[in-house]
Design a protein around this ligand. Structure first.
Ligand code: SF4
Length: 405
């Protein structure tokens, strides 16, 4: 028997969030008169104001699909036996017993959790507390690692904190939106509808897209920088150089709110805009045009996602883009700032409660001794579980990394 459980009482509307992408649209779920599950956009939700894209509109088919969806716990009693349905109690007791056996025999690092950017913030927090505070291991990671750990480090290194200093409302008042390595028209559709609406209202809004592919997002772009794959940093530095040459940097902001500008200038002046254009495979004139739009903007938003993040130099790609906001003073004012998009609906919530192996809740770091002490005291973790009076500790690989080995 694999019938869906009765999640919702008849005719009751339940509000929740679409779990497909990082936009976070509000949805309402209810049953129709025939008892079928229906989803619709929540008109009162500030993110989507009642709109849903085709993925969100079809969410209920996933929930109802009995062909390959697990509705109840299933367990094998032996490796060669088929799975059979068991009660939640039986499944949880068996899981805990297996964990206990391994931990007692081989230590806390013999077990691990892999979580998801689709978990709720509270779930993220609880599983972190369980493994780090109770079991005594840092063996937890999530698919958020692949999705946006480059952005986490990029924000920390450039702004000092892993927080996105832009709200969706800023999109309505920006003059220039620079989309790097992303195709939000397909991947973050409701957010992109908002950009399209802003363009309809203000035809002077300039949209710049850098992407080796010609995507749907390019269809309303003023400039498409169709760069060679892997040349993002060269392109961003060339735009930085053009801004400096044009005198379009914000000297007061740089003086009071940044450090290292001289070094940055030396780096971006290491090659000419023409040389960079040739490496990137784009027209030099498009780089100058981009710089001139940014230089004349009152509100300038940079927007990016996996095209920059999922790279062995993802952090540097993030930094080179965020630097364009910093040298032009476009941070911390309406319509401006770096807006990283996530692939998962709650990757950011996970970041806030320590949802990666190297993080602790409330934007604390595992590598920071004081942070570890604070969390340890708050969780009272020396008193409980498998810690057995062992403090929160660094994983061996992080210790080696911090020593420079
Ligand atoms: S834009 Fe994203 S969050 Fe909104 S409905 Fe579509 S998939 Fe869901």
């Amino acid at each position: 028997m694999n019938n869906p459980p009765a999640y919702f009482p008849d005719h009751n509307k339940n509000t929740t969030t679409c779990c497909y992408c990082g936009v976070g649209c509000g949805i309402e779920v209810a049953k129709d008169k025939l008892g079928r599950l229906m989803v619709s956009g929540n008109e009162k939700h500030p993110v989507n104001k009642g709109m849903l894209c085709s993925k969100g509109m079809n969410l209920h088919y996933t929930v109802n699909d009995a062909s390959d969806r697990l509705f109840y716990p299933e367990m094998r009693y032996g490796r060669n036996q088929p799975r059979q349905r068991v009660s939640w109690d039986a499944a949880l007791e068996r899981t805990a017993a297996v964990f206990k056996t391994f931990i007692e025999k081989y230590g806390p690092d013999s077990v691990a959790f892999y979580a998801s950017g689709q978990c709720l913030t509270e779930e993220y927090y609880v599983v972190n507390k369980l493994i780090k505070g109770f079991i005594g291991s840092n063996n937890i990671d999530t698919n958020s690692r692949l999705c946006m750990s480059s952005a986490v480090v990029g924000y920390k290194m450039s702004l000092g904190e892993d927080s996105v200093p832009v709200s969706y409302d800023d999109l309505d008042v920006a003059d220039v939106i620079f989309v790097a390595g992303a195709n939000p028209a397909w991947c973050h559709p409701i957010l992109w509808r908002r950009v399209e609406a802003a363009r309809e209202k203000s035809p002077q809004l300039k949209i710049i897209v850098s992407d080796p592919r010609k995507t749907q997002t390019c269809s309303i772009a003023n400039v498409h920088l169709q760069l060679n794959p892997g040349t993002d940093i060269t392109l961003h530095h060339a735009i930085g150089r053009a801004l400096i040459e044009n005198g379009d940097v914000e000297a007061e902001f740089i003086k009071h709110h940044t450090e290292g500008f001289e070094k940055y200038r030396d780096i971006v002046f290491a090659r000419t805009v023409a040389e960079a254009a040739s490496i990137c495979g784009v027209e030099e004139s498009l780089i100058w045009e981009t710089a001139s739009y940014i230089g004349n903007a009152k509100g300038f938003i940079t927007m990016w996602t996996m095209g920059l993040n999922q790279s062995v130099v993802g952090v540097n790609k993030n930094l080179s883009l965020i630097n364009l906001n910093l040298i032009t003073g476009h941070v911390g004012k309406p319509g401006s700032g770096p807006l990283s998009l996530t692939g998962q609906p709650n990757a950011m919530g996970g970041r806030e409660v320590g949802g990666l192996s190297n993080l602790l809740p409330a934007h604390r770091d595992l590598t920071n001794e004081q942070h570890r002490a604070e969390v340890e005291a708050f969780w009272e973790c020396l008193k409980a579980g498998y810690r057995q009076n062992r403090a929160l500790r660094l994983p061996k690989c992080l210790k080696r990394w911090m020593k420079g080995d």
